[in-house]
Design a protein around this ligand. Structure first.
Ligand SMILES: [Zn+2]
Length: 117
């Protein structure tokens, strides 16, 4: 976490405490930051906002895995977009670009299939 992000998180924690939220002894499964319980009973992470509190290790793993898959999906979609933008400015499409696009699309398809499991 960068200095700037850490500052923002600490500021957010301060705001939560001032609003009457209570710091819990549980940490966010995604980032490890302490969780807070709002007056409404909602559990929030200062970084991620509302989080689902997990009760077992396997549940924690599945929450983390789905966050990783989301990130990966976003990354691949961005790469495909970058390649398409570059190809559009060229006269000919390189075989290597087509190969790469195919592989990225395969990965994207695989991620979406895993997410449905
Ligand atoms: Zn978090």
């Amino acid at each position: 976490m960068s200095e700037k992000n850490r500052g923002a998180v600490i500021k957010k924690m301060g705001e939560l405490l001032r609003s009457g939220a209570v710091m819990l002894d549980q940490a966010c499964p995604l980032c490890g930051t302490p969780l807070f319980k709002l007056k409404s009973g909602e559990i929030v992470c200062p970084v991620h906002g509302t989080v689902r509190v997990v009760r077992s290790e396997s549940e924690a793993i599945s929450v983390t895995t789905s966050a990783v898959l989301d990130e990966l999906e976003k990354f691949i979609a961005q790469r495909i977009f970058q390649i398409l933008s570059r190809i559009k400015t060229l006269e000919d499409i390189e075989v290597s670009d087509v190969d790469l696009l195919n592989r990225l699309l395969d990965s994207l398809e695989r991620i979406r299939r895993i997410k449905k499991l």
